[in-house]
Design a protein around this ligand. Structure first.
Ligand code: PPE
Length: 268
């Protein structure tokens, strides 16, 4: 990870090296945090942040689902993001806002802990490898199931939820694949470890509905909108693993992964 000048912490810009927290922070012990991943792209008019309001709104929704009250509004977080990007001076970057219960009391209940809000930004190439964005990746259906809607709300982009993704991507890469695809407990295709999934079959585009334990991806929503504008039929439909094996094409979407083609699933 490439260091940049500053990090926005609770309303102030602090030097990269000084943005530290106490080891007793609640979020570190119990995964009680929420986060976002956003991209800022270079344009002819200068750096432009893609769908910033939607991302900050999702951060707020994630927090609400963790009984966490964010001390900054969507508008304030937007302003903070612009301030940070301007200050760090990068033409393109990845932006990582997050909020977590900080240092105060331990014990699983969050009472007595402050809510800390941080925004980092740094240069980050394609998540699955810049080459893979054109060549395509290989994926493995994970033996780890995607967390269910009554386990932890999957709609929340919560830090603790990502143990699920971490296990799946480790399993996949240790077996020689680039990425994991997680199914729900009852066998429906859900997410990649950090991406949503689309399947193309006979000219139509399919993607799992929001109720299938997926993160409501902002890239996913953008791709659906753009594909429909281009005249494609996009259907939100429950998919099973054989739909992956029989697909004409598969691609994954995410802020970090952007749009990455999948060239094989389970060696098919
Ligand atoms: N599903 C999961 C599980 C997921 O983590 C992401 C984003 C998506 C779908 C796509 O969502 P969106 O970015 O709104 O299109 N994963 C973020 C974090 C990756 C990381 O390892 O950190 C990201 O792409 O920023």
């Amino acid at each position: 990870m490439q260091a940049t000048k500053s990090i926005w912490m609770n309303g102030e810009l602090v030097d990269w090296d000084d943005a530290t927290i106490h080891v007793g922070a609640h979020g570190l012990h119990y995964g009680t945090g929420v986060f976002e991943g956003i991209r800022c792209y270079e344009t002819a008019d200068g750096p432009a942040v893609f769908r910033l309001t939607e991302h900050m709104q999702r951060l707020h929704n994630s927090a609400r689902l963790l009984y966490m009250e964010l001390p900054f509004s969507v508008e304030e977080l937007r302003t903070a993001t612009h301030e940070l990007i301007g200050h760090n001076g990068l033409p393109e970057c990845y932006v990582r806002p997050f909020a977590f219960y900080g240092f105060g009391e331990l014990g699983v209940h969050t009472k007595g802990n402050p809510v800390e809000v941080v925004i980092m930004s740094w240069p980050w190439g394609n998540y699955l490898g810049d080459d893979n964005a054109t060549k395509g990746i290989t994926a493995k259906v994970s033996s780890w199931k995607r967390i269910g809607p009554n386990t932890i709300p999957h709609v929340a982009k919560a830090t603790g939820v990502y143990l699920n993704s971490m296990l799946a991507v480790h399993e996949a890469t240790r077996a020689g694949y680039d990425e994991a695809i997680l199914l729900t407990d009852d066998g429906f295709v859900a997410d990649g470890s950090g991406e949503n999934i689309f399947v193309v079959k006979e000219g139509r585009i399919f993607t799992p509905p929001l109720s299938t334990s997926i993160l409501p991806g902002i890239t996913r929503a953008s791709v659906i909108e753009i594909a429909q504008d281009l005249g494609y039929v996009v259907e939100e439909a429950s998919l099973v693993r054989s739909d992956l094996y029989l697909a004409d094409e598969i691609f994954m979407t995410g802020t970090a992964a952007e749009v990455t083609p999948v060239r094989a699933v389970d060696d098919i």
